[in-house]
Write a protein that binds this ligand. Sequence first.
Ligand SMILES: *Cc1c(COP(=O)(O)O)cnc(C)c1O
Length: 418
Amino acid sequence: MNIFQEVESEVRSYSRNWPAVFDVARGSELWDVDGRRYLDFFGGAGALNYGHNPPALKRPLLEYLERDGITHGLDMHTQAKADFLTAFRDRILKPRDMDYKVQFPGPTGTNAVESALKLARKISGKESMINFTNAFHGMTLGSLSVTGNSMKRGGAGIPLVHATPMPYDNYFDGKVPDFLWFEKVLDDTGSSLNDPAAVIVETVQGEGGINPARVEWLQGLADLCQRHGILLIVDDVQMGVGRTGPFFSFEEAGIRPDIVTISKSISGYGLPMALVLIKPEHDVWSPGEHNGTFRGNNPAFVTATAALHEYWSDDTLERNTIRKGEKVQEAFTRIAKDTTSVELTARGRGLARGIEFAQPELAAKVCATAFERGLLMETSGPSSEVMKILAPLTTTDDELDEGLEIIAESVKTVINGA
Ligand SMILES: *Cc1c(COP(=O)(O)O)cnc(C)c1O
């Protein structure tokens, strides 16, 4: 029995799939205590879009700590926060003609989602939410109430209420017109639908199995919300900060959500940080109405600011993400085509990519086989039927080729052994 089995709770999960003790990490590589190297296509579940310990972020962080820059500051004004807000305004909001207000909730994704739900209820005076099938929004009660997965919902131990699920894009394999049910129950005074405050949506469902919504579907949703006076919340916790190419995953659709949640890769260094972006007319919070001890994670502001300057002063990262994503899609499509005995489907957007296995249990087997060959990736989807990669956007072409080769070999090994 090791220290983890002896002391750590049964709730631990990733460590069960990857029984190594990791110690050092750089870029897209990890090393365990025995010096074994792994390629990281898991990417901190989307928290490491710039890889592990990127030097351009580490240097300012070390300098900040060395000079006793403020680490903990609640929501006091600090120089580090001023620098972040200035960089976020100038590098992200202004060039996109977005005049959103920035709220710092507690430093996790689920805290951003809880804030967004609270705020939408306060703005609208309504309590009901619309969420989508297979959505994932976090593990606290409000976020779970708009999350699809029954195992995760079950953990709440109480009824999860005030949300109505609607079919996500392609839920009926393209056989049903978009929003057929949604529009019908909204317009029908006999439908029993509670008048919704807001719709919460992911543009690509990450935990839900790398399901990208089509641009037309997202535009249709924004239009529906506008026509019916429903607030639109985009949860960009996993797909934002460049994962799909542009900084915000909804840019391609040209939509303007009322509220946007951001977390995971915003600090750029794997440090906890979250944002809620609010259209100015909706910033109806009273002072302190939502708060949190770790809103002012100043070391995260320092690395986040450095990341905005390093990666978002031109479109190099965005273009490379799209190019690398296409390369992964080609490789996955080839793997699917070469596998005749089981149906595989490649899908995703940008560098959020996956392969769906018609026999769900094979996805986990491929991930386990890839781990033996030194590659980290995880499964997602309601039956864990999707092998998912969120490789750092900074993964080099050589590393990408190496990982894709391991994936192709692992699929072959598992299918031939099945
Ligand atoms: C990870 C995730 C969350 C929750 O973030 P935590 O930091 O784990 O609380 C919320 N929404 C989406 C889309 C996520 O991927």
